[in-house]
Structure formats: C-alpha cells, structure tokens
Design a protein around this ligand. Structure first.
Ligand code: IPE
Ligand code: IPE
Ligand code: MG
Length: 260
C-alpha cells in the first residue's frame, strides 16, 4: 500500500485517509498491465499458413501493443512470449521462435531505445543460445536509463520455477543462519523473484479465448483483474488494449478488505 501513499491527504486521521486511498484506487488506471499473448498458431491455421507465419505476425502485434501502451499511459507492460513449458514444442517450432527472437532483438532494440522504453527480461535465460543471452543483456543495459515505458518480456518463464528458485535461496539462507524462518516476510520472498522491484500486475489480459494463466506470474497476480479477450494475438491492436482498460475501470477491486 505504501506505493499508493501519494494519494493520502495530510491532516486526516489514518482511517479517513485509508478510505480516500481506497476510493482513489478503484477508479485508478492500472499501473502494470501483463498480457498472455496467445493464439498465433490458430491465427495461422485459420489461414492455411504454417504456425511460424502466426508467430511472425505475432511479433508485429508486439510492436503495436508497445506503441498502444505508451499512447494509453500504461507505465509497466509485461508480455508473456515463451513459457518454460513451451520448450516441449517440436524442435522445428522452437527453432522458428528463437530465430524470430534473434531477429526481433536485432531490429527492434534501437527503436525501443529511441522511444524511451526500458526493457527487462524475466525467465530462465540460460536455456537460450549464448548469442541470444548476450543480445538480451545488451538490450537491457542499453535501455536501462529509459523511463517512458517499463517493458518486461517473459522468456522461458514459469511461475512455479520462479517460486521454487526463490524458496531455494531462502532455504539456503536459513540453513546458513542468515535468515530466521520465524520472522521471514513477504518481502524476503519477493526479493528472490525475477520481478523484484517491479509492481505487481493490476490487469492480466489473455488473448485467444483461453481462460487460464498457464504458469504466468502466479505469485504476482494474486489480486490482478483478469480479462480474457476473443482475439487471436496477431490481430491484437490499440483498440483491444483500450477495451481491456475500459473493462478494468468497471471492476471494483477489494483486496479482500470489504464485503460487497
Ligand atoms: C502463442 O501462440 C505464442 C507462444 C506460446 C509461443 P501459440 O503458439 O500458443 O498459438 P495457439 O495457442 O496454438 O493458437
Ligand atoms: C501460454 O500459452 C504461453 C504464452 C502465451 C507464451 P500456451 O499456448 O503455451 O498455453 P497453453 O498450453 O494453451 O496453456
Ligand atoms: Mg497457445
């Protein structure tokens, strides 16, 4: 809640202050929007094209989503591009996807930099080839000073893997006597997540009509509003983002604090 303390009004009793904060929150636009970009394969199949054509068109939709996020005032945008389970796909599709990622990094980073976008990558990047890892690191470093949009791409990302990794770090600290499990707090845990230092998503959008999280930001989405859209990712554009933001604005967020 401290992140929202700017809405507090000086001089009011704490309870009244909290009331104003809560009211401000339900109408506030989302700070962080996360998108599960699904439906590339079905987009291609519906046109009689190979799946790679859907992934290629999906990369164009990524560009549109980033532009739309900037135009629509979204400060944090996280895109689920490749899950830890997606490595189970046929080798030919993995090759197509990593090839597209390589191409994307080589062609888009200059534009991201010019548009004030800061890029972060979350996920198990060690599973990618060394040249891709090098490009990812270079892209993060060269955009690190940008502040217009915080763009995070989830690559080889799995929510359970992430939680397990954080638990391992804490278990080791406890074993070595550096952490007392009895006084361990949420922040001790979240520091070990890939998203350390990032706000939790307020809104999670999934395209393609599927209604599941597929291992995306499991810890972080505890109180996210979920919006499922019947659009295949390659067809996603500014209007879809605007629709999702409008839907978000109609939701009443309670965080468990109030009965209806
Ligand atoms: C999303 O599209 C992209 C990735 C998961 C890499 P899909 O490839 O899952 O497309 P569908 O779900 O088969 O249509
Ligand atoms: C989730 O989509 C992962 C991404 C969009 C990157 P999937 O297509 O892999 O998810 P499932 O298999 O339908 O749950
Ligand atoms: Mg899919």
């Amino acid at each position: 809640m401290s992140a929202r303390s700017h809405t507090a009004v000086a001089g009011l009793a704490p309870d009244a202050e909290r009331d104003i904060e809560t009211k401000g929150e339900s109408g506030a636009p989302p700070t962080h929007v996360a998108i599960i970009m699904d439906g590339n394969g079905r987009w291609a199949a519906s046109r009689g094209l190979p799946r790679v054509a859907g992934h290629r068109e999906g990369a164009r939709a990524v560009r549109r989503a980033i532009e739309a996020a900037i135009e629509q005032g979204v400060g944090w945008l996280t895109l689920y591009a490749f899950s830890s389970e997606n490595w189970r796909r046929p080798a030919s599709e993995i090759l197509d996807l990593t090839g597209l990622l390589r191409h994307y990094l080589r062609t888009e980073i200059a534009e991201l930099r010019a548009n004030g976008v800061r890029l972060r990558v979350i996920g198990d990047r060690d599973r990618f080839d060394p040249d891709i890892r090098t490009e990812l690191l270079a892209a993060e470093r060269s955009t690190a000073a940008n502040t217009r949009l915080n763009l995070t791409i989830a690559l080889s990302y799995g929510g359970r893997d992430e939680i397990l990794a954080a638990a391992r770090v804490l278990a080791a600290a406890a074993r070595d006597g550096r952490l007392d499990p009895a006084v361990m707090e949420e922040t001790d845990f979240t520091r070990g997540l890939f998203t350390a230092g990032m706000p939790d998503p307020d809104l999670v959008i999934r395209t393609s009509g599927e209604q599941r999280l597929s291992n995306f930001l499991l810890w972080q989405s505890a109180y996210a509003e979920l919006v499922f859209q019947d659009v295949l990712w390659p067809d996603f554009g500014a209007a879809h983002l605007a629709d999702a933001l409008a839907e978000f604005a109609r939701r009443e967020r309670r965080f468990g604090a109030r009965p209806g």
